[in-house]
Write a protein that binds this ligand. Structure first.
Ligand code: SF4
Ligand code: SF4
Length: 520
């Protein structure tokens, strides 16, 4: 082994060791979240990885920025094969994929390395132009830092340039080592045609070392950057909601009667699931969620991007303390980013802080309409609304904190079975004179109607909606459909209370409705 090899092995071992240490720390932090099984439906999960993750279907909804990002992502996937070859060559200089791959496979592999290096370089150039000149709105706001993104882009550009340069020098120093498929690096090599083979070899070794060191630095910088998503996004997509039919907007189930449970909803990161915390690692800060958020668009303080980033910030602030992680030197860098009270210096202050209030305010939480546009838009399948819902549950169930406008709705739901203060005795007033039986009346007559017409609160009490209810009932009659209504036995399905965090009220009235339906 030469001194150069020995030096590379030492650097590689240090870099791999430091990277493994950081991965272990990040896994440790994520495990602060409560356990949640997400291994069901493996085929659907793999399909999500293939479509959302690898084919970048969500990213490509924005054709220009999407193509730019997808080119960098696909380039990374292709160039990773070349990275493996380069790192192995650092240890065993005689190694090359041409020795292990059949010629028919090696040629496309070799060609792909050149072609994708150029594609990625072009995409990175456009990314610089976009950030520095075009300033797209969704990359602004929320006190976003740009230097991290620019630094990463600079490193990717450096990786591509050193890769192409090393090929170009090699083409001059050892022309027989480059096949005809390397037409790009051969073409670049014409710029060094006047060099002696020895000087070109020195140029090759210098660019090879620069490339290899950049790879190892990049690897170890990622855990300290928002570009951690390079490692976590495919994993996050695999474990994301599988969005089965009929479950698209299902809220997390909650057992209010579970023994020993003292915390309902979330006030801090350890009350969230490990997947919520992994979402934080995966956020690319692209702003697609915030750009689609109706609350944000109409000037409210809510930004779903900030919800996710601040969840990550809080995790990075608290996790080192509660896991007894002494690598505190890295903590201040890990909590970079948007808003929040990051940067606490004493352990007591860290433990005094919490996600709710210090990082995410009540005002932000109550601005959310639960529309799920953010979830729909996120290219790495983050569920921002799940965090909002869990924080709201804590506000309502644990701390009785909610806007005063909500109080009458909760009271009315409890007393009248509708969010408005209408008397339940008037629920079927729209049906007067229409000879529409209730289920109870039909049962008394020994009949079981084919259809139960669930009218709903709007259809029962709102003057405009009541006209629709009457018209629909007339259509059912004209079509000679055997139907009935619940009448005064019907009440609100209580989804509004659930979305507002009042799971207790929701479950109470939902169970009542299930009991009513079970009777028929
Ligand atoms: S669910 Fe809430 S945070 Fe997400 S887009 Fe809708 S209003 Fe915004
Ligand atoms: S949560 Fe998703 S959509 Fe929003 S900024 Fe992060 S990666 Fe982008």
């Amino acid at each position: 082994m030469t001194a150069e090899n020995a030096l590379f092995v030492a650097i590689l071992t240090l870099a791999a060791g430091f990277f493994a240490l950081n991965v272990q720390r990040l896994v440790h932090y994520v495990r602060l979240g409560f356990p949640e099984p997400r291994h069901d439906r493996p085929a659907a999960r793999l399909w999500n990885v293939l479509t959302v993750g690898i084919a970048q279907t969500k990213i490509l909804r924005d054709p220009v920025a999407g193509l730019m990002h997808a080119t960098i992502f696909w380039g990374f996937m292709v160039l990773t094969a070349g990275t493996v070859e380069i790192l192995v060559q650092g240890v065993f200089p005689a190694f090359g994929f041409d020795d292990v791959l059949p010629h028919a496979l090696f040629v496309p592999y070799s060609l792909s390395q050149d072609v994708f290096a150029v594609f990625v370089l072009g995409a990175v150039g456009f990314a610089f132009f976009r950030r520095l000149v075009l300033h797209p709105k969704r990359l602004e706001g929320d006190d976003l830092e740009h230097w991290d993104a620019l630094f990463i882009l600079g490193m990717i550009a450096g990786l591509m340039v050193t890769l192409l340069l090393s090929g170009a020098f090699l083409g001059v120093a050892r022309p027989v080592l480059l096949g005809p498929e390397k037409f790009i690096t051969r073409g670049l090599g014409t710029a060094f045609a006047g060099m002696s083979p020895e000087a070109a070899w020195t140029g090759f070794r210098a660019s090879w070392w620069a490339h290899a060191l950049l790879i190892l630095f990049f690897l170890n910088y990622l855990p300290y950057s928002k570009h951690l998503h390079v490692f976590t996004s495919l994993i996050n997509v695999f474990f994301s909601n599988t969005n089965w039919k009929g479950e698209r907007a299902t809220m997390r189930a909650m057992d209010l009667e579970a023994e020993g449970v003292e915390q309902f909803g979330a006030a801090d990161v350890e009350h969230l699931s490990w997947k919520n915390l992994l979402d934080g690692y995966t956020c690319t800060e692209c702003g697609r969620c915030t750009a689609a958020c109706p609350a944000n668009i109409t000037g409210k303080v809510l930004s779903p991007r900030k919800i996710v980033v601040n969840t990550r910030q809080r995790l990075m602030e608290k996790a080192p303390v509660v896991t007894n992680d002494h690598m505190d030197f890295s903590r201040s860098r890990l909590v970079h980013g948007e808003g929040g009270d990051a940067g606490t210096t004493t352990t007591a202050a860290v433990l005094e802080n919490r996600l709710l209030d210090n990082y995410i305010t009540e005002e932000e939480l109550w601005a959310c309409t639960s529309c799920r546009a953010c979830v729909q838009e996120c290219p790495v399948s983050i569920d921002q609304l799940d965090v909002i819902n869990q924080l709201r549950r804590n506000l309502v169930l644990m701390e009785s904190r909610f806007p005063e406008e909500v109080q009458p709705a909760f009271e009315s739901l409890e007393r009248n079975g509708s969010p408005w203060a209408f008397s339940p005795t008037d629920r079927a007033a729209w049906a007067e004179g229409m000879s529409i039986p209730t289920m109870a009346e039909a049962l008394e007559q020994g009949r079981r109607p084919d259809v139960l017409f669930w009218v709903g609160c709007m259809g029962s009490f709102d003057d405009r909606a009541k006209k629709i209810t009457v018209a629909f009932a007339r259509i059912l009659k004209a079509a000679k459909i055997d139907f009935a209504i619940l009448g005064q036995e019907e009440h609100c399905h209580v989804d509004p209370a659930r979305r507002l965090g009042n799971e207790y009220l929701y479950q109470m009235l939902a169970k009542d409705t299930i009991g009513t339906l079970d009777r028929y």
